[in-house]
Ligand binder design. Structure first.
Ligand SMILES: Cc1cc2nc3c(=O)[nH]c(=O)nc-3n(C[C@H](O)[C@H](O)[C@H](O)COP(=O)(O)O)c2cc1C
Length: 151
């Protein structure tokens, strides 16, 4: 089972912590959307999009990458971290993959340490996140996807 994860995790590497944990023991290729703008994803069974939330969306490099590189009808999933819980953070990435008729298998999102703007003055919010429990939940989520794909 070959998986590619296209990611952007620059603020504190929060999302990358989830990614690294789920990748262990699996055949996962990580593609940093801030470094790479083009890749052939046709040989992957599953494509993940992972990002910190920036202005209520996945980072624009990940959105652009999805629009430009995702082959038609792929199985995809989303992984993300945010400073404050709110609904709708995956709307933008869902719209991008839907342009390619992707099959969205699921998503996992959790808190991530955030020192953006004024939050820096108060030492940041969501300190200590993602924590061990959240990282483990991401692993459980991904293992579930793997099982679903093997059926
Ligand atoms: C420029 C910027 C904009 C952000 N916008 C939001 C936002 O709209 N909503 C939110 O909950 N968190 C927001 N955050 C916090 C990040 O989503 C959070 O810290 C995330 O865990 C960062 O992930 P990363 O370390 O993987 O890049 C923002 C952070 C930055 C730096």
């Amino acid at each position: 089972m070959k998986t590619a994860i296209v990611y952007y995790s620059k603020h504190h590497g929060n999302t990358k912590k989830l990614m690294d944990a789920i990748s262990e023991g699996h055949d996962v290729t990580a593609i940093d959307a801030s470094q790479v703008s083009k890749a052939d994803l046709s040989g992957y069974d599953l494509v993940g999009f992972a990002s910190g939330i920036y202005y209520s969306k996945f980072h624009k490099s990940v959105l652009q990458f999805a629009e430009q590189n995702l082959p038609e009808n792929k199985d995809v999933f989303f992984l993300y971290t945010y400073g404050a819980e709110k609904k709708g953070y995956t709307k933008s990435i869902a719209e991008a993959v839907n342009k390619h008729h992707a099959n969205i298998l699921g998503e996992y999102g959790c808190l991530g340490y955030d020192t953006f703007g004024p939050f820096k003055l108060i030492g940041g919010i969501a300190k200590g996140h993602p924590d061990e429990g959240e990282i483990q939940q991401a692993v459980t989520f991904f293992n579930g996807l793997m099982q679903h794909k093997r059926k």
